[in-house]
Ligand binder design. Structure first.
Ligand code: FES
Length: 135
């Protein structure tokens, strides 16, 4: 992938399956890359997928984040790499078309409706809509 990606999916590579020592983050990154490339639409060129050691959602493994320029950031937990790749790819397609990245839980696919740990507005949107200014 080049540096022109507007969106990023970040997968925790330290999360362990509950009750095991298995860390499936790298496997999830490989699966996501393969499915997105196979889908063959614009998301393959627009998304970069990477790993990070921890996103402070350790009690809800695996964690996956979506971020984009001037878009809300999402952190999802309880992601099972064997079950949720389809939902993650569907959300990537959806996220691409949301101008500010904002959507309600009922609009998210499958398990992502109930496994959202945080939804943070972009810095630009937060400043534009805030009534309180900090100097
Ligand atoms: S180990 Fe995965 S979020 Fe902390």
């Amino acid at each position: 992938m080049d540096t022109q990606n507007n969106h990023r999916i970040t997968v925790c590579t330290s999360c362990k399956h509950k009750g095991t020592t298995c860390r499936p983050g790298f496997e999830l990154i490989e699966k996501l890359q393969a499915v997105i490339i196979e889908a063959g639409d614009a998301i393959a060129e627009d998304f970069e997928i990477s790993g990070v050691a921890c996103m402070a959602g350790c009690g809800r493994p695996c964690t996956v984040a979506y971020h984009g320029s001037r878009k809300a950031t999402y952190l999802f937990g309880d992601i099972d790499p064997a079950q949720e790749v389809g939902d993650l790819v569907t959300f990537a397609q959806q996220y691409t078309h949301l101008h500010d990245g904002w959507c309600s839980s009922v609009d998210r696919p499958g398990k992502l409706r109930k496994s959202t740990l945080s939804r943070v507005p972009s810095a630009m949107i937060a400043l534009e809509t805030s009534d309180v200014r900090v100097s």
